[in-house]
Ligand binder design. Structure first.
Ligand SMILES: [Zn+2]
Length: 281
């Protein structure tokens, strides 16, 4: 059975989350990556006509842009953290340069300042020709809160274990709860307990499963989990389905399939995130 089977059937008339990027660390391209995709992390929930919730802005943000109908659009970006693979889609996101767009960025505070300070620090010359402070869109910046609401979606946030920190989100829609825990290294008792608390009973847990167990031996402390760690998290939170994400750039489709198969030994309802996967909310 293919690892990328959608974990829940999409309902065309209902609210759903679409995965546009499931690759960790850096974008990749080529025949080896056809099934799961090569773009870095990005999740999109259209919450109303012309209104969008976007979790992380990796290169998968191109997929959000392609899915947009006629504007103007309003976006809320929830950023888990600021590593390149989670923000690299932003500079060339066309609505950022559209004076009719309205964009709110919500992210964790850092030692370098809040989300606005961090993004303005890198979306400017010489890294990009346009300064974020002078783009066309109306932009607003805010810190992540523990509990937030966007249209019909309730969001809870939880700190995860990752270099410089990362954030997990539980999205509760009218029908289902989905937890996103991309970029999380399993094994830190406090953050594992926090994630289990927030993810308790969710329908779907989208969880970091970047490294095989042998790879993890050499990469402990790099901020990513194994499928085994993801299964531990799914069992601790008693979720219904597990979706592995943050696929390693060195892992082709067959490698990802093998990791799903390994996870299914202890957690049969495991799949791997792929571009275009939809999860009902
Ligand atoms: Zn990261």
């Amino acid at each position: 059975m293919r690892g990328g089977v959608p974990p829940t059937p999409a309902v065309s008339t209902g609210l759903s989350l679409t995965i546009h990027g499931a690759r960790g660390s850096m974008a990749v391209a080529g025949a080896r990556y056809r099934r799961f995709g090569g773009n870095t992390t990005c999740f999109h929930v259209p919450i109303a006509a012309r209104e969008h919730l976007v979790i992380d802005a990796g290169t998968g943000l191109r997929g959000v842009e392609r899915a947009l109908g006629a504007g103007p659009h309003r976006f809320t970006f929830l950023l888990t953290h600021y590593h390149w693979d989670h923000i690299q889609g932003l500079p060339l996101f066309a609505p950022l340069h559209d004076p009719d767009s309205d964009i709110t960025f919500i992210g964790p505070p850092t030692d370098e300042g809040g989300v606005g300070d961090v993004l303005r620090g890198v979306i400017r010359p010489p890294w990009f020709p346009v300064d974020l402070a002078s783009v066309g869109a109306t932009t607003t910046y805010a810190d992540i809160e523990t509990s937030m609401r966007f249209g019909p979606i309730d969001v809870r946030s939880v700190p995860l274990h990752h270099p410089q920190g990362s954030t997990g989100f539980r999205l509760r829609g009218p029908r289902r709860a989905v937890v996103i825990a991309t970029d999380h290294e399993h094994g830190d008792p406090a953050s594992d307990a926090g994630l289990a608390r927030v993810a308790r009973g969710a329908d779907v847990l989208v969880h970091d499963g970047q490294y095989t167990a042998p790879e993890y031996e050499a990469r402990g402390g790099w901020g990513h989990s194994t499928p085994e760690g993801a299964v531990d998290a799914a069992l601790a939170a008693r979720v219904t389905r597990l979706v592995l994400t943050s696929h390693d750039p060195d892992h082709g489709d067959d490698d990802v399939e093998a990791m799903v198969a390994a996870a299914r030994v202890r957690f049969p309802l495991t799949a791997a995130a792929h571009e275009g996967m939809t999860i009902a909310l």
